[in-house]
Each structure stands twice: as C-alpha cells, then as structure tokens.
Write a protein that binds this ligand. Structure first.
Ligand code: HEC
Ligand code: HEC
Length: 341
C-alpha cells in the first residue's frame, strides 16, 4: 500500500455543481495530500470537487470503450496502467478506425502538479484536456451528443451522474469533470528514490554515482522531485519529415519555440517505453545515446546541450541504474486505478 497517498475521506453534504438543486444524497469528499517533498499543486483541486463517488464514475468512463466512435478505444487503451498510463511499448498509439496518434501517449501521473498538458502544452488544465481525446479523430472520434445519448440509456451512468452532480441532465463538463476526478488521483511518489530521500532506503554505489551524474547533467531540465521543470525545450532530435511536428511552435506561432517539446517527468521511466514525443526510441539506453552522440544543432536547440551531454560508458551504466530507482511499482499495480470490471 502506498503510505504517501493519503486520501482523507470526510463525509459531508455536497451541493450540486449546477447550483440549482440541493443534493440530498450524501457524497464522500476526498482530499489529496501532497506527497513528502512535492511542491504545491499547479492545478486547482478545489475546482474538481473530488468525491469517492465522482472518482468511481470517472474510473468507469476512463475504461469504457463504448464512449468511442467504433467502440474499440477507451482512455485506458492508450493510457495503460502497466505503462504508468502511457501506451505500452508503442511509438504512437492506435485510435478509432485504425488511426494513429501524431505523438507518443505520455504517461499520466502527478497531473495536479503539471502546469500544462500535451507535448506542446496545448491545454492548461486536466479538465480542459479531457474533452480533446473524446472528440479527436485519431483518439476516440466521437461527439458529446452521442456520448450523452449512450450514458443516458445506461442505468449505472444515469444514477451515478444524478448522485454525483444532482441532475439527470448529463452535460459535457460533467463528463470531463468525472474523468478528471479519476485521473487527478493518479499520484506516483513511492519509488526507491523517494524512499532514499525519506531515509528509509539507500542507493547502492552505482545508483549513487548515477544520481550525482543526473544532478549535474540532467536535473537542469528534469528537476527533482517531479523530474521536470515544466519548460519546453529542443534537445536536438532530428525532425521526422513524415510527421513534421514543430512542437510548441504549433501553439505559440513563435519561431523561437520551433521543435521545443515539454520536458517529460522521468518518474516510472523504465515502464514508459517508447520515448520522446514521437516514441522514436525504444529503450532508455537509446535515449542516453542520443544525448551522448545524437544531438543535432539548430537555432532553437537548448544552449546547455549544443555539444551533447558527454559521458563515459561507466557513467551511462550508472545513470541507467539510477533511473531504475524512479519506478513506483505500487503505482503500476494499484488496484484502485485498474479497470473496474
Ligand atoms: C488513441 C490514443 C489515446 C486515447 C484514446 C486517449 N489518449 Fe490521452 N493522449 C494520447 C496522446 C498521443 C497524447 C499526447 C498528445 C499530444 O501531446 O499532442 C495524450 C495526452 C493526454 C494527456 C496529457 C498528458 C501530459 O502529460 O501532457 C492527458 C491528461 C490525457 N491524454 C488523458 C486522456 C483521457 C482522460 C482520455 C480519455 C477521455 C485519453 N487521454 C484518451 C493518446 C490517447
Ligand atoms: C535541456 C533540457 C534537458 C536536459 C539537460 C535533459 N533532458 Fe531529457 N528530455 C528533455 C526534453 C524536452 C525531452 C522531450 C523531448 C522530445 O520528445 O522532443 C526529454 C526526454 C527525455 C527522456 C524520454 C522520456 C519520455 O517519457 O519520453 C528521457 C528518458 C530523458 N529525457 C532522460 C534524460 C537524461 C538521462 C538526461 C541527462 C543525461 C537528460 N534527459 C537531460 C529535456 C532535457
């Protein structure tokens, strides 16, 4: 059991989100405690109104393929728990009607501590993000009218929405709120790294050397304890002409943002292959080899790595040992996050 995720349950009356009708059912409010050493949250957890019942509803929706246009894909199809909610060993994911996503599905955890979502930071809140995959043509390819019709015909959903939101009228923002309530509870902070930081475990000598190397060569972008500084950077990956993905530039239209992508967290990195925005690398070693030998110079490549990140084979080995300490195996198996049926 993960001692660091303490969901404090308090029983209280919960007013309807619509504000039109007093809620008569008792809902169980959930408070999320910040794991030891984490900074304050970036997302407003209050706006989500977390309840046990809302999270359970979101969990059902997250794993429900009926929500997609050809009933073949759910959020959980691309965001698999065993891969820390990324797509297991895939470069890009399969959406409805055999489509392909443009990018590698990011792992999902500690979302409340994230400033923006998607590789290019297209969305500012989890709630806002959740609508995109439902309607996106290469994800679930549907629309809210179809989803509402399906949900309204299903007794479980009808009753649940009524219970959680106090209304029979299922609106898009209630659907995305429920899904976000569930994904907000994806909290991963129980790796060996965390235990070492809390004085409950020790690194062996390889891991310790790897950690020191990490702090000098990687932490300027993959900053502890989230292992990202939330910035967008170009790390000199040669552009894939078949995708022509310019990253952050697509959002800001600013040439200086060309080829910049969000710095991903490295927590659970051993479980989240493939790597990079397009999943071009299958192993962590290939990633490190990129930093050692593959960084391609361009006007927007990060100044700190213009000449790559030089290191010896021993350094590479130690670094890989350290990165393995970032796996939170309890999170990858946590029953409360798994498919509910
Ligand atoms: C077909 C595969 C697919 C499905 C289905 C899918 N996603 Fe994603 N998801 C992705 C990809 C790919 C990205 C990255 C998109 C980008 O950066 O342009 C992503 C990004 C995200 C992010 C942002 C993560 C971050 O760190 O930036 C969240 C949150 C998310 N998805 C949640 C969901 C939810 C909730 C659902 C269901 C409603 C869902 N996804 C369905 C593939 C999928
Ligand atoms: C200048 C900032 C910067 C530095 C320094 C840096 N990284 Fe990264 N890292 C990034 C960015 C940005 C990405 C995503 C790039 C993309 O997909 O286009 C990334 C991606 C990764 C990934 C892939 C993760 C995933 O989920 O796809 C790994 C692994 C990684 N870095 C490890 C390291 C290691 C190890 C070091 C030190 C040797 C390091 N990085 C140094 C910015 C940096």
């Amino acid at each position: 059991m993960n001692r660091f995720i303490i969901l404090i349950l308090t029983i209280g009356l919960f007013g309807s989100l619509l504000g039109c009708k007093k809620q008569s059912d008792r809902l169980h409010t959930v408070a999320i405690q910040t794991p030891d050493g984490f900074p304050v949250m970036e997302q407003s957890v209050d706006a989500l109104n977390l309840t046990v019942e809302g999270i359970a509803l979101g969990r059902r929706l997250f794993y429900d393929k009926q929500l997609s246009a050809d009933v073949s894909v759910s959020c959980g199809t691309c965001h698999e728990q065993r891969a820390a909610f990324g797509t297991f060993e895939h470069d890009r994911s399969h959406g409805v009607f055999n489509s392909h996503t443009l990018r590698n599905a990011p792992a999902l955890f500690n979302l409340l501590w994230q400033k923006s979502f998607h590789w290019d930071g297209a969305y500012g809140s989890i709630h806002e993000e959740a609508a995109q995959p439902l309607t996106g043509s290469v994800e679930m390819g549907t629309n809210f009218d179809r989803i509402k019709e399906y949900l309204q015909q299903d007794a479980y959903y009808r009753e649940s929405f009524k219970r959680v939101y106090g209304t029979w009228f299922i609106r898009p923002e209630l659907i995305t709120n429920a899904i976000s309530q569930f994904t907000a509870t994806f909290i991963s902070a129980n790796s060996k790294y965390d235990r070492v930081k809390q004085g409950r475990d020790v690194f062996d000598s390889y891991e310790q050397s790897g950690y020191q190397l990490f702090q000098t060569k990687c932490a300027s972008c993959h900053a502890e304890p989230l292992f990202t500084d939330h910035s967008f950077r170009n790390i000199g990956l040669p552009i894939d002409p078949s995708l022509n993905d310019l990253g952050r530039f697509r959002i800001t239209g600013n040439l200086t943002d060309s080829l910049k992508f969000k710095v991903p967290s490295l927590r659970n990195v051993s479980a989240t292959a493939n790597y990079m925005h397009d999943g071009r690398f299958a192993t962590v070693q290939q990633v490190i080899r990129h930093y050692r030998y593959g960084v391609q110079r361009s006007t927007t490549v990060d100044a700190s790595i213009q000449n790559g990140i030089p290191m010896s084979d021993t350094d590479e080995y130690n670094l890989m040992q350290f990165l393995k300490c970032l796996t939170d195996s309890s999170f990858l198996k946590e029953p409360r996050l798994s498919r509910p049926y």
